[in-house]
Design a protein around this ligand. Sequence first.
Ligand code: XMP
Length: 317
Amino acid sequence: SWTPGAFVDLTVSELKEKIGDDKVVLGLSGGVDSTVAAVLLHKAIGKNLYCIFVNNGLLRKNEFESVLDQYKHMGLNVKGVDASARFLDALKGLSDPEEKRKAIGNTFIEVFDDEAHEIKDVVYLAQGTIYPDVIESVSVNGPSVTIKSHHNVGGLPDFMKLKVVEPLRMLFKDEVRRVGKELGIDKELLGRHPFPGPGLAIRILGDITAEKVRILQEVDHVFIQGLRDWMLYDKVWQAGAILLPIQSVGVMGDERTYEQVVALRAVESTDGMTADWVNLPYEFLQKTSNTIINRVKGVNRVVYDISSKPPATIEWE
Ligand code: XMP
């Protein structure tokens, strides 16, 4: 029967055999799949694995710095690329969800291509594709740095002409987590909630500005940190905050305010295909709402999303 230990041994020796002394480039996302793929490859080929971690400016607060730090501690050969301004620029004026997704996807490809180009003589592109990604076209596993690259034709970015290596393509998510544990990857990293590739851009309804991203990062941070402090984080499959494109009237001291509304969302799920809203304790919601409104300038109202999927989706866009 399948064991993570046997999988690691077999995969590492297969990767060594297949790749030899060639160079491999891999896009890290901070998610479980790309991280496990990177550590497996690192075990097999060491410094010949070149990892690229792109900051699209739409990650959670402090996420880029802290995850990059974790990667470096794990001994990975990783380059952090802060392309926030480039993504923000590509998003300027866009408010349609699919247009935003497209702009982010295209910008990612440009940035990744520029970076991959700087590494001389790369032969392989490694991806953290897992079995559900192979059978469905849409990944529910968050930050997909997954790029369709089976079409080795002209006109594609250079890195897409590379040979593809996908060491996790036969595994389910829980198996990936077990392999990660076997490889000694930090428990916190393996237990992270899924996070969509387009990040906060699809949680800011309407157009994106640096200021909106900043506000949502603060709100999200209060919510997620609260879940951790209240030992609720691991009971929830995915959670986050949504910045609504409306203002509502409030009162602060003697002053009337007219500020943003945020929604909090937390769901239970196994694969993201269906999901139930989580019955978080009222006391937690009360504290979280107070903290957000007191601490985050520009927000005067917090609502909690009590819709399940279907018919609602997990993300609002
Ligand atoms: P929905 O909103 O469709 O989300 O119920 C299901 C799961 O998919 C994630 N999601 C995405 N992940 N790129 C991604 O990498 C996307 O464009 C995207 N849209 C949704 C969502 O976070 C949830 O886990």
